[in-house]
Design a protein around this ligand. Structure first.
Ligand code: ADP
Length: 588
C-alpha cells in the first residue's frame, strides 16, 4: 500500500488527482467504508474535500473543492483535528455527542489523521469504518505514514504549481511590455493585461480605473467579469466616498481588503462593496510620472479571498509595466507632435522656397530684355558706333558698360541656376582648353585693372569634357570672377587643366584672402556669403558657387575647395571626359 501511495505521489502533479488516487488506494487496501481527503484552503478558512472514495453511492466520485467546501467548524468531528493540529482522533463516532448531534444517523467508527507540513496543518484524512472496524495501532501508524507521504506530495505539487504560476506571471509581464513594443494602443494593452490577470488571480472582476486626484474622481474604463458578477451601469464616481482608498493609492501602495463586511478602514465604502457583492478587493496604483494615473483592481465575490504577497506583487509588477507603457506612449506622442510640427514647418519652407524661386524667375525675366537693350546701346556708345565720344565721356561710359555687363551676368546666373535645377541642357563635348582661353581673354582687362597676374597652364591635347558649353562658361566666369574679386593687388591667379584617369581636373587658384575653414562647406549654399552682412566689402549675391556646384554635379562632376586664411584658395573641379569626341557648337 505504501508503495502504491508513494507511486501516486511521485507521479501526480495535480492536487485533486493526487488526493483522489490516494483516497481510492486507502479504501481499496483497507476496505474502509469511506475515505475523504481534505485540504485547508483560503488561508485556513475552509476545508475542501478533494479526494473521496466510498463503497456506497454517496457524494460525487470526483469531488471538486468548489462543490465540497465547508467553513471550518461545520464538521464537528474533524474540528478538533483541525484546531489542535497534531491531535489524532480515534473513536467510535457513535459515542461522540458532538458528532452525533451533527450526524444523526452515525453508526460507524471514524478516525481523522491530520496532514502536517513542518508542524503546520494543511489537510486531513478522514476515514469511516463499519462499527466493527477496529483502528488498531498498526493501521493508525500506517495512516500517519500515508499522511506524511501525502504531505510531501502536496509540497511538490505546490512547488510545481508555483513555478508554473511564475512562468505564467512572467509571460503576462512580457506580454504587457511586448504588447506596447508591438505598437498596441493603450486601450488594447490594458484589455490584454486585464485578460491575463483575470486568469492568474482568478478574481471575479478585474478592472482598470483612471483617477483624477485633483478632482477626486475615478472612472472605470476597462473590466473583465466572470459570468454572474457583472456590475450595473455605474462606471464613474468620486473619491469622497472612498477617502482611504484614494489616500492609499496616492502613496503608491496597494490597498487590499480581505473582508469587506468587517474591515474598519472602509466604513464609507462598505455599502458600495456590499451592493456590488464584493467580498474581498485589491487595488494597485498605476502612476504616470510621479502622479497617480489610475489603478488596477480585483474583486472576489464568490467568497472571501486572502490576497497573497505573490498576487500583490504580480499586480504591482503589471502596474509597473503599464506605467512604462504610459511613459513611452507619452514620449511617442511628443515625438509624433514634434514630427507633425516639423512636417508643417517643412511644407511651409518648401512653399516659401517655391515662391522665392518663382519671384526670382519673374524678376530676372523682366530684367533680361531691358538689360539686353541697354547693353547693346552701351556697347555701341563705347565702341563709337553712335559717334566719337569726348575724352571726358569715355570713362563714365565704360563704367556704365562694365556695370551693365555685371548686371547681365547676375541675371544670367539667376536664370541658369533655376534652369539647372529643373532641366539642365543635354551635355555636349566641350573643348575645355579653348573655353578657358576665351574666358581668360574676356577677364584680361579686369585682371589688369586689379593689378594681378593671371597664369594659364593647360596640358596640350586635353580631351573634351562632357557638359553644356554655356553652363561651363558660367562656371569658369564665376570662379575667375571670385578669384579676381577676393585677391588683393599684386596677387596671382592660376588656371590649370589636366587629365586624370577618365576625368579632367580644372583648378582655379588665387593668392587672395582665403576662406575660414568652418565656412568651406557653406560657401556652396545658395545666397551664402562669408561676409554677408550689410556692411560687406564685396558685391555679389552669393549665388556663383552654388551655381558652380549644382552645374558640375548635374553633369556628373565634383567640386572641392582648399583654402588657407590670408594665403589663398584653390577650387578644383573634376569633370568626366566626353566619350563622344565630336565637339559641340562653339562659340556660344
Ligand atoms: P558671391 O561671390 O556673389 O558673394 P559666391 O557664391 O560666388 O557668391 O561665393 C560665396 C562666398 O564665398 C563669397 O561671398 C566669398 O565670401 C567666398 N568666396 C568665394 N570665392 C572666394 C575666393 N576665391 N576667395 C575667398 N573667398 C571666396
Amino acid at each position: 500500500m505504501l508503495a502504491d501511495v508513494s507511486h501516486i505521489v511521485a507521479t501526480t502533479l495535480n492536487t485533486n488527482a493526487l488526493l483522489q488516487d490516494v483516497a481510492e488506494s486507502i479504501r481499496h487496501h483497507f476496505g474502509y467504508r469511506t475515505v475523504g481527503l481534505f485540504t485547508l484552503d483560503n488561508a485556513g478558512q475552509t476545508l475542501a474535500l478533494r479526494g473521496y472514495s466510498s463503497t456506497s453511492s454517496g457524494p460525487p466520485k470526483l469531488p471538486t473543492p468548489e462543490v465540497c467546501r465547508q467553513p471550518i467548524g461545520q464538521d464537528a468531528f474533524i474540528n478538533p483535528a483541525v484546531h489542535c493540529g497534531t491531535q489524532r482522533r480515534l473513536c467510535d463516532a457513535t459515542s461522540e455527542d458532538s458528532y452525533l448531534s451533527a450526524n444523526q444517523s452515525a453508526a460507524h467508527t471514524e478516525v481523522c489523521v491530520p496532514i502536517l507540513d513542518i508542524g503546520r496543518l494543511i489537510g486531513v484524512i478522514e476515514v469511516e469504518g463499519d462499527p466493527q472496524v477496529d483502528f488498531d495501532p498498526g493501521a493508525l501508524s500506517l495512516l500517519e505514514t500515508i499522511a506524511d507521504i501525502v504531505s510531501i506530495g502536496l509540497r511538490s505539487v505546490r512547488l510545481h504549481e508555483k513555478s508554473q504560476r511564475r512562468s505564467q506571471e512572467l509571460a503576462l509581464l512580457s506580454r504587457v511590455s511586448g504588447g506596447f513594443e508591438a505598437g498596441l494602443n493603450l486601450d488594447t494593452l490594458i484589455d490584454s493585461t486585464l485578460d491575463g490577470l483575470h486568469e492568474l488571480v482568478n478574481a471575479d472582476r478585474t478592472y482598470f480605473i483612471t483617477v483624477d486626484p485633483d478632482n477626486r474622481t475615478w472612472q472605470r474604463t476597462h473590466i473583465h467579469v466572470a459570468p454572474g458578477y457583472e456590475l450595473g451601469s455605474e462606471e464613474a464616481g468620486t473619491f469622497d466616498d472612498m477617502p482611504v482608498e484614494l489616500e492609499r493609492l496616492m502613496t503608491g501602495k496597494p490597498f487590499a481588503v480581505f473582508d469587506t463586511t468587517f474591515d474598519l478602514r472602509i466604513d464609507k465604502t462598505r455599502e458600495m462593496y456590499q451592493s456590488h457583492g464584493t467580498q474581498s478587493v485589491l487595488l494597485v496604483p498605476v502612476q504616470f510620472g510621479k502622479r497617480l494615473h489610475g489603478a488596477i483592481g480585483c474583486d472576489y465575490c464568490r467568497e472571501k479571498h486572502a490576497w497573497s504577497p505573490e498576487e500583490i506583487r504580480l499586480l504591482e509588477g503589471t502596474a509597473h509595466q503599464l506605467e512604462l507603457a504610459l511613459d513611452n506612449l507619452h514620449l511617442f506622442e511628443e515625438v509624433r507632435l514634434r514630427a507633425d510640427e516639423l512636417a508643417t514647418t517643412l511644407a511651409r519652407l518648401e512653399e516659401l522656397d517655391r515662391l522665392k524661386d518663382e519671384f526670382i524667375q519673374n524678376v530676372s525675366h523682366e530684367l533680361r530684355s531691358p538689360l539686353a537693350i541697354i547693353q547693346g546701346y552701351v556697347e555701341m556708345l563705347e565702341s563709337g558706333g553712335l559717334g566719337e565720344l569726348r575724352p571726358e565721356q569715355q570713362k563714365p561710359v565704360s563704367i556704365i558698360a562694365r556695370r551693365v555687363r555685371m548686371l547681365g551676368d547676375l541675371v544670367k546666373d539667376v536664370t541658369l541656376i533655376l534652369e539647372a535645377e529643373v532641366s539642365p541642357p543635354e551635355p555636349e563635348s566641350v573643348a575645355l582648353g579653348e573655353l578657358i582661353h576665351t574666358a581668360v581673354e574676356d577677364f584680361q582687362l579686369a585682371v589688369q585693372q586689379a593689378e594681378l597676374t593671371l597664369r594659364v597652364e593647360i596640358t596640350p591635347e586635353l580631351p573634351p569634357v562632357s557638359i553644356s558649353y554655356t553652363y561651363m562658361r558660367r562656371v569658369l566666369d564665376n570662379l575667375l570672377g571670385n578669384a579676381i574679386k577676393f585677391t588683393p593687388t599684386g596677387g596671382t591667379i592660376t588656371v590649370q587643366a589636366k587629365e586624370k584617369g577618365n576625368q579632367i581636373v580644372l583648378k582655379v587658384s588665387d593668392t587672395g584672402r582665403g576662406i575660414p575653414s568652418d565656412q568651406l562647406e557653406r560657401i556652396f549654399e545658395r545666397f551664402y556669403q562669408v561676409d554677408g552682412s550689410i556692411w560687406r566689402r564685396y558685391g555679389g549675391m552669393g549665388l556663383g558657387l552654388a551655381l558652380v556646384k549644382e552645374i558640375v554635379e548635374a553633369y556628373g562632376g565634383q567640386v572641392t575647395v582648399e583654402s588657407r586664411l590670408g594665403l589663398g584658395s584653390t577650387f578644383s573641379i573634376l569633370l568626366p571626359i566626353a566619350t563622344d569626341t565630336s565637339l559641340g557648337d562653339e562659340p556660344h
